[in-house]
Design a protein around this ligand. Structure first.
Ligand SMILES: *Cc1c(COP(=O)(O)O)cnc(C)c1O
Length: 428
């Protein structure tokens, strides 16, 4: 597979290099120089999930990791992505059946399995800051992998206790540190570590962050899995609504369409952080300060995957008309959670944003699919407040709730973090 840096076309890399580097020169994103079109889509859709995903990823990767793709997929995709019917015209793709109950498990687990093989058994340290979801997905994805240590920084007391337990109770190669500061302070510490050769080279740092191309390729697979569950006569008029923050999920869907996914169009569904919907309607890129919402994983006003979506359109893979934007405010998010509950479906704010955007935008002859990116229990307090009734915890959450957090607390001071990491990880 060949990829090019969207900010510098001379920066060409293989998949292996792109996965290890994350970002390219000048902070540019890597993007495939060619997106292959799949033939005989009906046959592809008829395959079982693991086999189909192996086929799709092998097609994308070309001759790279050819012997290993099946194994990687088998170890990464160990849970289902079921489509559930909500009404005559609308169904939902549930992406929250993985170990951390969010769709980030797909990309995180695939990336971890790739990285474990691409580092040739040399020790690597993954360092990341989290305000919730990403940390849990990364921690579970790398837990127990040889020669990979993970250090996760999070703002002490600023994550819901249940969210925190999801990644601080694992132990082994997963080291969690509560920083006495906010999320920005954690991100600053991570940047300082990457700028410090003692740590960057001494501990072989890697960021494994959300712009890593491996995540997007993994996510392409569940769009095909969704379509395999949609009745044939509905496919060509199908509209897919994607709850979006950094727009990785939507980018993956649009790559799937460029490869031949038989859907009509997409809706970029955002909360009040509506840079993209405004851009699609008015043609002006004009980010406003980020505002806090119920669907907090989408509180992003400068989505970092957007250049990849522009590339898909500019390079002629897709027409502009396949994408519309809708922003959904807090009131309508609550209304949508209640409307879904009336139809017997318990949902959470991110999926509700997509449901509202979809039901608002769907034309007469179209059918709709929205993506549910997290289990409602991950946003238990909000959902219980909106619905006025308790919701039950799935096993994964009730199990960790009773375990002790293994996180250490450190002050917001780089030198102390550095000494701590060296003592913890430096090979003697
Ligand atoms: C990360 C996240 C999103 C946003 O996904 P992007 O790929 O960044 O657009 C939506 N919902 C949930 C629950 C998330 O964790």
């Amino acid at each position: 597979m060949k990829l090019a840096n969207l900010k510098d076309a001379t920066d060409n890399v293989t998949f292996a290099q792109a996965v290890k580097r994350g970002l390219g020169k000048n902070q540019g994103l890597y993007f495939p120089t060619e997106i292959p079109a799949l033939q005989n889509i009906e046959n592809v859709l008829a395959m079982p999930f693991v086999e189909r995903s192996t086929f799709i990823l092998s097609t994308l990767l070309g001759d790279e990791m050819a012997d290993e793709v099946r194994n990687i997929v088998q170890q990464a995709f160990t849970f289902d992505a079921p489509v559930v019917q909500i009404s005559d015209k609308i169904s939902v793709l549930e992406l929250f059946h993985g170990p951390t109950l969010a769709f980030k498990d797909f990309g995180g687990r695939f990336m971890a399995q790739c990285l474990a093989r691409l580092t040739n058994h040399e020790p690597v340290t993954i360092l990341t800051a989290t305000s919730g979801d990403t940390g849990a997905a990364v921690a579970h994805a790398f837990h127990g992998l040889d020669n990979i240590n993970v250090v996760i920084l999070f703002p002490k007391g600023k994550i819901s206790p249940l969210q925190e337990k999801l990644f601080t109770t694992l132990g082994d190669n997963i080291h969690t540190i509560a920083i006495e500061g906010d999320f920005d302070a954690c991100q600053t510490l991570v940047k300082q570590a990457f700028d410090d050769p003692d740590i960057r080279e001494g501990l072989h740092l890697n960021s494994a962050n959300s712009i890593n191309i491996s995540r997007l390729l993994a996510q392409v697979c569940y769009y095909f899995e969704a379509l395999s569950q949609i009745p044939v006569q509905q496919r060509e008029e199908l509209v897919v609504a994607v709850p979006s923050g950094n727009f990785g999920n939507l980018t993956a869907g649009m790559i799937a369409k460029a490869m031949g996914l038989p859907v009509k169009r997409f809706i970029a569904a955002t909360n009040s952080n509506d840079t993209v919907p405004r851009y699609l309607k008015e043609g002006k890129w004009d980010p406003k300060p980020t505002v806090a919402t119920m669907s907090n994983a989408m509180d992003v006003s400068q989505p970092n995957n957007w250049p990849r979506i522009e590339a898909l359109i500019e390079q002629g893979y897709l027409d502009k008309s396949v994408l519309r934007g809708e922003s959904v405010d807090e009131d309508y998010t609550q209304i949508a959670i209640r409307q879904l509950a009336q139809q017997g479906y318990t949902s959470e704010p991110h999926a509700a944003v997509a449901y509202r955007a979809l039901s608002h935008d769907l034309d007469e002859n179209e059918t709709g699919l929205f993506l549910a990116t997290a289990h409602p229990a991950k946003f238990r307090e909000t959902v219980e407040n909106v619905l006025g009734q308790p919701i039950s915890l799935p096993q994964a959450l009730s199990e960790v709730a009773s375990k002790d957090s293994l996180a250490e607390t450190l002050p917001n001071e780089y030198q102390i973090l550095k000494q701590h990491m060296i003592a913890l990880l430096k090979p003697s």
